[in-house]
Ligand binder design. Structure first.
Ligand code: C2E
Ligand code: CA
Ligand code: CA
Length: 422
């Protein structure tokens, strides 16, 4: 977790040029002094959008950070950025405002959609601690299209699968009550010799388009199950969740093949949950029903991923035999300070439990979010707060540390897991 900023301890703005867009002179002076404290090299104060545009376009003076007051007298922060070309602006934008969080949220999404690198807003008054925390988090950035540009060819992807260059990383899912690791989600990473470790946005769309996603998923499951088996007693009771694109389910022999893969490593189907991802929707709903029903008959768990966005609708929840619901990160992030998200979370948990589903919250980054989700009755917590995705070796170290600290407690299983419902 991020440590609170302490006087003299950290200078996250070291060497940076900061443009402060703020129409209130006193607040601008406070912001300047905070930026200096955090190490800023230069601060430029602009009272309106026109001055901001000029400061950001200054030749030879690249701006690193823009502190953007969203209400600027007669204007506003969105208008202030309207004339700027996001692709030429390297600065990260941090909105600062006292406005309604839902309005701010819409503004952030709008700016990210226009290609700006924009952080979650800071609620006024600005403090050094809030600014240091904001700087510590990655900015939102709409990468639509960017990942597609560098998509590798089908031949290259097929070779990567054959050579096991696409490898499983693991992110812990912890019991919301006890904090113990109950299971892990497998996330694909491509260890590309030239480009380093690539995240799924770079290769999953290509795999889906070229029909290679099913063989990749099988190889990944095989490697993940083998890694868990190698970790031995500490890892074997764990649940294993893995993403599966909907079209993969159309293959009639899939359930048998998946079962053979995991039993070969000494795992049981009830330990494995397939998370159906939205990215590619299967055109034929009966095939999807058949695929999901057969996975359940073989004893596997089935999660509806990214619930609340796009494909993951109430209708899918009603018609398909899910055992688990994963609440999308967009409802979790910032929920403690946002009444609308809290209402959505509370009713989603009630609904899911009413349907007998295990509820997993994704993208949990702060202790405040974790506390809220635990109070709302969420079963499992997944996110950077309780563990970033890691390779098998780091997972082994994490499990060792956990085993050492909990040697004398009782064994634990996934709450209300698929095994208890079959
Ligand atoms: P997902 O299934 O929703 O996976 C969660 C994503 O959120 C992961 O990104 C993970 O690294 C990231 N994440 C986890 N905790 C946090 C957090 O606290 N904050 C933030 N900001 N992010 C967090 P990743 O690994 O880049 O995966 C992206 C997506 O790619 C996955 O989303 C999934 O839809 C897809 N994907 C990954 N592996 C596979 C696969 O083997 N097969 C298929 N079909 N899709 C995959
Ligand atoms: Ca997932
Ligand atoms: Ca998800």
């Amino acid at each position: 977790m991020t440590q609170p900023w302490k006087e003299g301890t950290a200078t996250p703005l070291a060497g940076h040029r900061v443009v402060i867009v703020e129409d209130d002179r006193t607040m601008a002076m406070v912001a300047e002094s905070i930026c200096r404290k955090l190490g800023a090299r230069t601060t430029v104060v602009c009272a309106d959008g026109a001055a901001a545009a000029e400061a950001l376009a200054a030749p030879g003076e690249a701006t690193d950070i823009v502190l953007l007051d969203m209400m600027l007298g007669a204007g506003d922060g969105i208008a202030a950025l309207r004339g700027l070309d996001a692709t030429r602006l390297t600065a990260e934008i941090i909105p600062v405002s006292a406005s309604d969080p839902r309005v701010l949220d819409a503004a952030v999404r709008l700016l990210a959609g226009r290609g700006f690198r924009v952080h979650s807003p800071i609620a006024k008054p600005l403090t050094a601690d809030k600014l240091a925390r904001a700087l510590d988090a990655a900015p939102h950035h709409c990468t639509l299209g960017h990942a597609a540009e560098g998509q590798p060819s089908a031949e290259r992807l097929a070779a990567a699968i054959a050579a096991d260059e696409i490898v499983p990383w693991f992110q812990p899912q912890r019991c919301a009550r006890t904090g113990r690791i109950i299971s892990v989600e497998v996330l694909a990473r491509w260890a590309d010799a030239d480009r380093g470790l690539l995240t799924p946005a770079w290769f999953i769309p290509g795999l889906e388009q070229s029909g290679l996603i099913a063989p990749m998923t099988e190889r990944l499951l095989d490697q993940a199950a083998s890694a868990l088996a190698r970790l031995g007693a500490a890892a074997l009771p764990l649940g294993l969740s893995i993403n599966i694109s909907a079209p993969t389910l159309a293959d009639p022999d899939l359930p048998e093949r998946l079962e053979a893969i995991i039993t070969a490593h000494g795992l049981a189907p009830r330990q494995v949950t397939f998370e159906i991802t939205e990215s590619a929707v299967l055109a034929n709903p009966l095939l999807l029903l058949e695929g999901t029903a057969r996975l359940r008959l073989h004893g596997f768990g089935l999660a509806i991923d990214d619930f609340g966005t796009g494909w993951s609708s109430l209708d899918q929840l009603r018609t398909l035999p899910f055992t688990e619901l994963k609440i999308d990160r967009s409802f979790v992030s910032g929920a403690p300070a946002d009444p609308a998200r809290r209402v959505i979370l509370a009713s989603t948990v009630t609904m899911a439990h009413g349907l007998g589903l295990t509820v997993v919250a994704e993208g949990v980054e702060t202790e405040a979010e974790r506390t809220l989700l635990a109070a709302l009755g969420v079963d499992l917590i997944q996110g950077w707060l309780s563990g970033r995705p890691t390779d098998a070796d780091a997972l082994a170290a994490l499990l060792d540390a956990e085993r050492a600290s909990q040697r004398h407690s009782a064994p634990h299983t996934r709450p209300d897991g698929p095994s208890e419902r079959t």
